[in-house]
Design a protein around this ligand. Sequence first.
Ligand code: 4NP
Length: 161
Amino acid sequence: MITVSFVCLGNICRSPMAELICKHEVEKRNLALSFDIKSFATSEYEVGNPIYTPAKRTLEKHGIEGTHIARQITKKDVINSDYILVMDTNNLFDVLRLTSGEFGEKIFKLCSFTSNPRDVADPWYTGDFERAFNDIYDGVNCFLDSLLKEKKEAFDYDKRH
Ligand code: 4NP
């Protein structure tokens, strides 16, 4: 079981989109039982709130359903995750500040796994939820491809048992 935690500033737009997209993609790959997928905020701004409606509508437009309630990440959540996938540079620094610089080896920007490494621009400010969806979808699939290649034998075994 691999624990993947997606992180953004508010946990109502990008990281819950990433959580639900990733759950959808691992289901498609028949690997749902091999993953525990979560998402968190670096801030407390939106704690307790559901996915922002335009983000939810964008997911639904692409056939992805689900719910999430925003929560703020703690150091324990970092310790309990195998991968922390953040959306942008600010998120990366905020998580590293929380851990006093520890655990950097498992903290990555989501789109650094793609052929076009970039930050996922915050649709809260840009209003462009479709662009955020495309960046996150690309990042999630490139991350899964890279992980599955690295641990091919273990995943093949999980699929059979
Ligand atoms: P997210 O977007 O980090 O992608 O969830 C934001 C949501 C809320 C706020 C900022 C960004 N806010 O300032 O409340």
